[in-house]
Write a protein that binds this ligand. Sequence first.
Ligand code: SF4
Ligand code: SF4
Length: 260
Amino acid sequence: VVFLQGCDFDCLACHNPYTIAVCNDCGICVAACPSGALTIQDGSVRFDAARCDGGDGCLAICPHDSTPKASWRSVGSLVAELRGPAPFVSGITVSGGEATRQAPFLAALFETLAADAELGRLSRFIDSNGDADIHVWRALEHVLDGAMIDLKALDEGVHRALTGRSNGRVLRSIENLAERGLLSEVRLLLIPGFNDDAGTLGRTARWLRSVAPDIAVKLIGFRRHGVRPAAAAFTEPSADVMAAAAAVLRGEGCRVTGVV
Ligand code: SF4
Ligand code: SF4
């Protein structure tokens, strides 16, 4: 899995909020690093993994939802790194952050992988929040095996409350990818009190069935681990709540392939 830094959503329930913003080199975390792994060179923060103690103090202190550990990469250097594990994996998934925010890089990476004699056999998937224009998917589809899309909420108001953004492009992405045979899975986030009532789940299931009748649906329960203070008081769904939600989806004909 390749994780790209930066996301256009600001999800209350985000488990790795340090992936939301691209580092602005403010330097605040450098002074807080206990091991000298962070320095500023030519106005940019540099990270020395060999000196890092892994305590993540930099992530805790960053006021911008970012990390000094991300690095700018060329397609060539990333492909060279992927050659190491390639014999042991069946494919590459690009995730985030939000991978489609760097669509030109993504297209260049996948085209390079597809054309490579050794790496061309690897599958190429994208793990996305779905908030991408149709032309972004069109520009990728010649080298894309499929996309897994998160649907935080079918209801526009709930979606805005959870992510800060409309779900319009998410719904269009799901429709478009399904039409093109490139929708691999839809992940539904379940947060008690927001989107777990039977009416909401039933509407979501019926919409999904109308768009992609046999699509694999994974139900993901909210967990507090890693979230910011705004979501610390949210309720985690119990196993019974998850099972009941899965039963509603299945009752509407959804193919629920995972409940986590
Ligand atoms: S996790 Fe961050 S703060 Fe801690 S040693 Fe590594 S770079 Fe420094
Ligand atoms: S990771 Fe955060 S605190 Fe550190 S330099 Fe970047 S923006 Fe500033």
